[in-house]
Design a protein around this ligand. Sequence first.
Ligand SMILES: Cc1ncc(COP(=O)(O)O)c(C=O)c1O
Length: 357
Amino acid sequence: MKDAALDALQNERFVLGESVFKFEEEFARYCGAKHAVSTNSGTCALQFSLLALGVRPGNHIITTPFSFIATANAALHVGATPVFSDVEMETCNIDPRLVRGEMTGKVQVVIPVHLYGFPADMDPILEASRENGVAVVEDACQAHGAEYFGRKVGGIGDVGCFSFYPSKNMTVCGDGGMVVTNDEDLAKKVAKLRDCGRSSHYEHDVVGFTSRLNTVNAAIGRVQLRRLDAWNRKRREHAELYSRLLSVVDGIVLPRKASSDILPVYHLYVIRTGPRDQLKAWLEANGVQCGVHYPVPIHLQPVYKRMFGYAEGDFPNSEMLSRTVLSLPMFPDLKHEEVGYVCEKISEFYAHEIARA
Ligand SMILES: Cc1ncc(COP(=O)(O)O)c(C=O)c1O
């Protein structure tokens, strides 16, 4: 990565240099899509996808209340209204049956999120969307390389959006994003939006943004992309070990496993448990850092409550997940002994819990 970055720094234009276009080409090929256009974040990737699809103020965008806030913010950034649809407890992803029911005349786009690197159930979502003339923008910001019935996520809907923020399965060592699509016209629109709305160097025919991926970051992204599959394999190995060791512990719900149809990439390994905060504190006291993704569902964030008047009880599954999810350590270089240690501490916690009960 250092060599690639230095090479780009010494030999290329800082902005829209050769590495940017090579990264886009390679990323599109990786996703099985015809086009990829880089941006300076996943949030911008989502926002520009919506604009390129023609979303306008007053339009409605269906999405999940259980995601990182940027998913729903993308709708607000283009003046549209996010319409939340609750998630399934088992997958933590949007429930296709509920999505269908939300498809009223005002809905332009649905944004399923492949949360934690686990693919959303795309086929019924696509079917309902096609029937209702609604576009599908996949939020694949947590799911680089995940597969749904043999297809890479991001390349399944009309558009797929990725983030390369440093915590993701692959990064550009800074902020970055990517839009992938098979629609050439849409790709061109996104490319224009991220580059000041330029139709030629000194001519601008739409109101654009300065939201390009820097060349040095793209050069790093190209190296990361070559490692992605190996890193994802390691994540799956760790997930299998966690699930095997934790299957004997009563009191926790494990994440869904890979199957012949669904290949998750475990951006996060998330368990569910009632005494979540106590378990988190116990693990942290024993040197295990954990996360909570996410402790507040989007509809209950202060800004959404203020803007839309949402209240507790509006999306019960998302709220239940927010109270019970716990992300255990997950990264490719995790050691088997470390996974073992985490599981041992979890078992000890429940042994004490049971003793206390
Ligand atoms: C599900 C999801 N959507 C959107 C984003 C936004 O990406 P970024 O932080 O690159 O803007 C992220 C990550 O941060 C994410 O996890």
